[in-house]
Design a protein around this ligand. Structure first.
Ligand code: GDP
Length: 397
């Protein structure tokens, strides 16, 4: 899913780190030599100090002894009335032992607080930006990512040990900044439905909008499947009365998943089909109504009016935009256009399994102000995963 980004980013980091590590290794060697020569000098100083101390000590001892002897001799002289005898009191020089610990001798010098070279960082950022753009990351997202990483790399003190891991960590932080941009507005859909069930605010009405062919109907079926797994009842509203075969398709999925579907004829008012589905849910104590809608590849006035009417009539609790990952910036453009008329609460990104590069998903997380709620990873009903920035970052780095 994110192989393109993963390969590109790791390639750029590896190249950068190799260069930095070589420079650091050279610096370390110099430092190591310096430390060795410092240690040698220290030991020599120590020896000569000890020698000095010993000599001084000996001299003091000797003069003390001499004084005592003189005194004694004087006393004896006095006693015996004889001339004093010289006594040899010379001390043997104490042997000095080099006392460097093994640890000190074999210690590898690690440079702490390394500042990476600014021009190297700039080169890294240029290469990374190029890689992001080649992996379908949009310009605004790539710019934001690079700006964040630039500040991080230039203000971080690194340790020469395992520089690759530390640089990757900084890349991860910048990536998470992008992926978490809208996380404060993230809605845990299933938790919200459960809450509304507890508070007897059912049926929960969820409207799905977005262009044709992006996987809207399949995604609605995936949600119904997930709800069923959680023992939450739902009904599908076949409100795409525009596209040929759309009603049959909704019916097909509803039957496969085992949930009811409310439908009408082609050309019927989508809002009235949704209204019927809500009434059906009320009458049958069904917890959630999943409302499909017609989509167009382009955003036109008719489509917007149709959407606004569905919203007016059904008053959805949540409106979700379903877009396929490979559409890239078109999704952000369309969401931003729709958002002028309808409040969109979340995005489901489909077909990420078909997007080898992965840059679109990153951009959609940043280029709109709406949180991604789920990611579609295949055609099967269980191929829907929660949007999780950490696991995306883990699959890229
Ligand atoms: P709609 O026109 O937006 O309702 O799109 P459909 O639900 O009919 O889906 C169009 C095609 O996309 C179908 O063949 C689906 O099986 C397929 N599809 C939907 N979601 C995914 C997904 O996450 N991954 C893959 N590989 N295919 C998907």
């Amino acid at each position: 899913m994110f192989e393109g980004l993963k390969n590109k980013i790791s390639g750029v980091i590896k190249g950068f780190v190799k260069k930095e590590e070589k420079e650091i290794e050279e610096k370390e060697e110099i430092l190591e030599e310096k430390q060795e020569s410092n240690e040698k000098k220290e030991e020599q100083d120590k020896i000569s100090n000890e020698d000095k101390n010993n000599t001084k000590h000996n001299e003091e001892q000797e003069s003390k002894k001499k004084e005592e002897n003189d005194k004694k001799n004087k006393e004896e002289d006095n006693k015996a009335g004889s001339v004093g005898v010289a006594i040899d009191n010379k001390q043997t020089k104490k042997d000095f032992k080099l006392n460097l610990s093994l640890n000190t001798k074999i210690k590898k010098v690690f440079l702490n607080n390394i500042k990476l070279n600014d021009s190297d960082i700039n080169q890294l950022l240029d290469n990374l930006k190029m890689s992001l753009l080649q992996s379908d990351v949009s310009y605004p997202t790539a710019d934001k990512f690079i700006e964040s990483l630039d500040t991080r790399l230039k203000n971080t003190a690194f340790n020469s040990k395992n520089i690759s891991q530390q640089v990757t960590e900084q890349v991860r932080f910048s990536l998470l900044e992008i992926l978490n941009k809208n996380i404060k507005n993230y809605i845990d859909l299933f938790a919200l439905i459960n809450k509304k069930i507890k508070e007897r605010e059912t049926p929960v009405k969820i409207l799905f909008i977005g262009p044709n062919g992006t996987g809207k109907t399949t995604t609605i079926a995936k949600i119904a499947y997930n709800l069923k797994q959680k023992n939450i009842s739902s009904v599908l509203s076949a409100s795409d009365t525009f596209r040929a075969a759309a009603i049959e398709q909704t019916e097909y999925h509803a039957n496969k998943v085992g949930v009811p579907v409310i439908k009408s004829r082609y050309g019927a008012d989508p809002a009235s089909v949704a209204f019927d589905a809500i009434n059906y849910a009320k009458a049958h104590n069904i917890s959630a109504v999943l409302i499909d809608s017609a989509g167009r590849q382009e955003t036109n006035k008719n489509l917007i009016n149709e959407m606004m009417k569905i919203v007016r009539v059904t008053k959805p609790d949540i409106t979700i935009y379903v877009g396929e990952s490979i559409s890239g910036h078109i999704i952000a453009d369309q969401i931003n256009e729709f958002s002028k008329f309808i409040k969109i609460d979340g995005i489901i990104l489909t077909k990420l399994d078909c997007d080898a590069k992965g840059g679109n998903a990153i951009s959609i997380a940043y280029d709109t102000d709406i949180p991604i709620l789920f990611i579609g990873t295949g055609e099967a009903y269980n191929a829907l995963i929660n949007y999780n920035p950490d696991s995306i970052a883990n699959s890229i780095l």
